[in-house]
Design a binder for this molecule. Sequence first.
Ligand code: SF4
Length: 266
Amino acid sequence: MGIQQWVRRDLQTEPSPSSDALIEAYPSPEIASVAASEVSSALSPIPELIDETVLTSESSPEPVPLIPYSRRANSEHIAKMDWQALREAVVNCTECGLHSQRIQTVFGVGDLRADWLFVGEAPGADEDKRGEPFVGRAGQLLNSMLFALKLPRESVYIANILKCRPPDNRTPSNDEMNCCTPFLDRQIELLQPKIIIALGSVAARHLLNTDSAIGKLRGKRFTYRQSNIPIIATYHPAYLLRSPLEKRKTWIDLQFAVQCYQANHS
Ligand code: SF4
């Protein structure tokens, strides 16, 4: 079984008419009934791993620092903000060109004391309208994944690298991500999550400062910057809507994340 072809984000977030069927094929209650038992045995060796999936610990991505971290002039100012100031700064931000076409900013949502942080790429059309990340079909699928992990959406924190929607859901540029990164950095500092799940290649590559393919980042435990916060990479729910066969790999990734989380708290 080979690595699946990656799909452009604009195609991912505009699901085909068959998406309803795909969501129906992955409903919360059913997968949860399967998932609960699988999660309960998450510390046991994961059986029958997909051929190319190699689960390892304390690995590092190839040191390919092609994506520089933010050089934004006011990064130091942002790094001192509390939640309220940070939220207001995002609402009023015009630092990159994406501000001109947004309906509203999408700051992030969830429990400010959450152990689990899920990070996606950028808001889509639904998120731009609602001002909340992962509320469209991809959000429904993420909710199903959380339900399967026995993590109510309200108990985790969900954010994106970018706080404004790229036009036509195009892939964000490095400049845009670097410009917006201080906000996510500060969210992570304030939140102090116990584990970060990078949803999709763009988020994973940016968080890990690498240009490695998502297939090479999956199944490994990385850490956020110089901290001990684990980062686990997996596929973006929008991609899974178009590639439902990859859901099994994502479930394996999430089991691995549970292992890493539990290992840090045993
Ligand atoms: Fe500001 Fe980020 Fe929105 Fe760009 S994407 S305008 S940096 S909040």
